[in-house]
Ligand binder design. Structure first.
Ligand code: COA
Length: 694
């Protein structure tokens, strides 16, 4: 089949884009569309044109590979195809099945009308790739739906469900299948001689817009998207649509598109797009390994994590039994789950009926035998090896022989947990991040005996839950927490040498993290952090700074106590001279002369040890590839996506800088802080982290 199929349905020409897997608008598609439009335009027997997509989807946008090559695209470009469409003298209707995203939706927006299937989704997600819609998307969307809706949807890259798109005026009718609806619509338009509706001429919604709207939205973005280029440029384009002549406004979009396309942020975000897809590929797990079906699930432990995991499963339509032995704790856990669904409804992220349907899938149980029917049981009890071993022993006895037993541990040894069962091949780590029903990351951990089928099942389950899974090997802290240890430890060493909590957090937040390391500690609870630290054994040549312990001893447990590294008024943190005095006291005791530490040094000393440990993790095969680490840090630890993740960021800046920092730190910190051999090999050979040198 050609990239665009042309056929006649009576008097209507149907143009079908056929470019698997997602009908991206690569050159053959654009050429095919151009030719088909010419042909339909020139055939007097054709009275109207319908554009649609093959394989249950309209089009997922420009070909990301083509856009990110940075080369000038070959003609015809999408804008030329659109110009041809808008110049058509016959009704042109888009039939949207599946998704119409990015350039795909921009193409549909250049049709006179759009008919969508009820389950279809439309949107302009370019911002997620550090881009903005460069084929009139910001302009036509704003003209049809108004600037408020455009600002919200395009700066966030939302996929908009068809019913909402109808309300917004982005589509004109819903029909199933969309093609039948579009054909009927086109026939009516012909019969009624309906005037053609060229969207770039539609003007009602862009007139008389209060300029304060844009100023206010920019202020809102300052809080949400600080440091990012594309969201702010999108606001400029939408403002231009409302304030400038058509030609100038379209030109503005074009210039901004090029600026974004050529930015390092675009490059970093495209890296993450492909990294996310690459993370699903597990070497050695061929198509002959199939995932087990998961019809029913169970979760052990109705605390914060257990409740969140149960919600994540229920939200994907999987019935789940939530086990808690004490009736009181079970009731409390279910209460929290219920409240969390209420909050989702109040926020508008779920409808009442969706929330009720999900809640209806969660059944509280208080005895182990009630878990017998589950295909997978996920344990989320207290983080203690003996406790978990006891739970797994019991699970092994009650769960069906086919069932997978997963643990939500964030640091413990999967093999030691598996040893308490008769089915180590079915034991696996599924490390969720809190809140588990919200956070997209899932760190799946393969033990020594975990079977390929078990791995395939938890990877497939992640996709079903709408999560991004990364497969990690079994070691202390797996990928994420193992690296984090160095970051957290160094933050305290910086305090000992002269930094203050607010300086450290300001530098890290300025880099783009949502929160700095000490603010995060206060949020999670310093007692919790200290407890985890006590459970870890340090090599003899390393030490912990005593600062954390002193804070805990002084009742500075964090936000929940109103004081930690900071003083809190509500959730607002306020620098506290008492903490600085405590830190200065520690410096004196250790004989460290405090000095003023430049911001740049803070950044490197926090992030380079993270990257260095990441390189060891790649080298040991704990992570399958460096880009998996980027996925973990961006989705689980607040690393700014537009910087591409720690490994990508470090490589862009030069891996030799990481080596230099580690050479400076290692003599004082211990052998594990020496430069990772992989980094030294890569720098010596002038190669990159994706070279396979690990
Ligand atoms: N250009 C090139 N390739 C694309 C693509 C695009 N716009 N969109 C998706 N693909 C590729 C993916 O890389 C993947 O390839 P792989 O199988 O070799 O890994 C394949 O299509 C399937 O995509 P995937 O994301 O794995 O499938 P999905 O069903 O989970 O999601 C989409 C489908 C369309 C929702 C999702 O791919 C998406 O959001 N795409 C990007 C849309 C976008 O940003 N468009 C604007 C581009 S400027």
């Amino acid at each position: 089949m050609a990239a665009v199929d042309y056929r006649l349905e009576g008097e209507i020409a149907v143009l079908t884009i056929a470019n698997p897997p997602v009908n991206a608008l690569s050159l053959p598609v654009r050429e095919g569309l151009m030719q088909a439009l010419e042909r339909a335009g020139g055939d007097p027997a054709v009275k109207a044109i319908v554009v649609t997509g093959e394989g249950g989807t309209f089009a997922a946008g420009a070909d990301i590979n083509e856009v990110s090559s940075g080369l000038v695209l070959k003609s015809p470009i999408t804008r030329e195809v659109q110009a041809r469409m808008e110049a058509a003298s016959k009704p042109l209707v888009a039939a949207i099945e599946g998704v119409a995203l990015g350039g795909g939706f921009e193409l549909a927006l250049a049709c006179h009308w759009r008919i969508a299937a009820t389950t279809a989704k439309v949107g302009l997600p370019e911002v997620k790739l550090g881009l903005l819609p460069g084929a009139g998307g910001t302009q036509r969307f704003t003209r049809l739906a108004g600037p408020e809706a455009a600002l919200e949807a395009i700066t966030a890259g939302h996929q908009i469900p068809a019913p909402r798109a109808l309300e917004l005026g982005l589509v004109d009718a819903l029909a199933d299948p969309a093609l039948d609806g579009a054909l009927a619509f086109a026939r009516r338009a012909v019969a009624e001689r309906r005037p053609l509706r060229v969207t770039s001429d539609v003007g009602e919604r862009i007139r008389g817009v209060d300029p304060e709207l844009f100023a206010a939205f920019r202020r809102k973005l300052e809080a949400k998207a600080r440091g990012q280029l594309a969201p702010f440029r999108i606001v400029d384009c939408i403002e231009a649509a409302c304030t400038r002549p058509v030609e100038a406004a379209f030109a503005r979009e074009r210039e901004s598109f090029i600026e974004c396309r050529d930015s390092p942020q675009r490059k970093a975000l495209v890296h993450l797009f492909f990294a996310e897809r690459e993370a699903r590929r597990i070497p050695g797990l061929g198509p002959e390994v199939t995932a087990l079906p998961v019809h029913r699930a169970a979760v052990v432990g109705a605390g914060t994590m257990g409740g969140g995991i149960a919600m994540a499963l229920a939200n994907a339509g999987i019935p789940v039994s939530l086990l808690e032995l004490s009736a009181q704790a079970l009731e409390r856990g279910l209460g929290v789950v219920g409240k969390s669904y209420d909050a989702s409804v109040a926020r508008g992220s779920l409808t009442r009926s969706q929330a009720d349907a999900a809640l209806g899938l969660i059944r509280g149980v208080s005895e182990y035998p009630a878990l017998a029917g589950a295909d997978i049981v996920i344990e989320a009890v207290y983080e203690d090896l003996e406790v978990k071993q006891e739970v797994f022993g019991r699970l092994d006895r009650v769960a069906g022989p086919h069932a997978i037993l997963a643990t939500n541990t964030s640091t413990l040894d999967i093999d030691a947990i598996a040893a308490s069962t008769s089915r180590p091949e079915k034991v696996v780590g599924t490390h969720f991040f809190s809140p588990a029903n919200v956070m997209r990351l899932l760190e799946n951990v393969r033990g020594r005996h975990t079977s390929p089928e078990t791995v395939a099942t938890v990877m497939a389950l992640a996709k079903r839950l709408g999560k991004i899974a990364v497969l990690a090997g079994n070691c202390d802290g797996f990928i994420g927490n193992r690296m984090l240890m160095f970051y957290g430890a160094e933050a305290e060493f910086l305090l000992e040498e002269g930094a203050t909590p607010e300086q450290i957090d300001r530098v890290i937040e300025g880099f783009g993290f949502a929160m700095g390391p000490l603010a995060v500690r206060d949020l999670a609870g310093n007692d919790v952090g200290f407890q985890i630290r006590k459970g870890r054994r340090l090599p003899p040549d390393e030490r912990w700074s005593p600062i954390l312990e002193r804070l805990v001893a002084g009742g500075r447990l964090g936000q929940k106590a109103g004081r930690g590294y900071y003083r809190y008024e509500g959730r607002t943190r306020i620098p506290d001279p008492e903490v600085v005095a405590l830190i200065e006291q520690v410096s004196r005791e250790l004989g460290i002369e405090r000095r003023s530490i430049p911001d740049e040094e803070i950044l490197e000393r926090l992030l380079h040890p993270l990257v260095n440990e990441g390189a060891r993790i790649v080298e040991e095969g704990i992570a399958l590839r460096a880009s998996d680490i980027d996925i973990v840090y961006v989705n689980g630890y607040g690393f700014p996506a537009w910087r591409g993740g720690p490994m990508y960021w470090a490589e862009e800046a030069g891996l030799e800088r990481v080596i230099a920092t580690m050479r400076r730190l290692a003599p004082r910190r211990g052998a594990r802080w020496r430069p990772a051999p992989l980094l030294e090999r890569l720098v010596a050979s002038g190669r990159g982290l994706s070279s396979g040198l690990a």
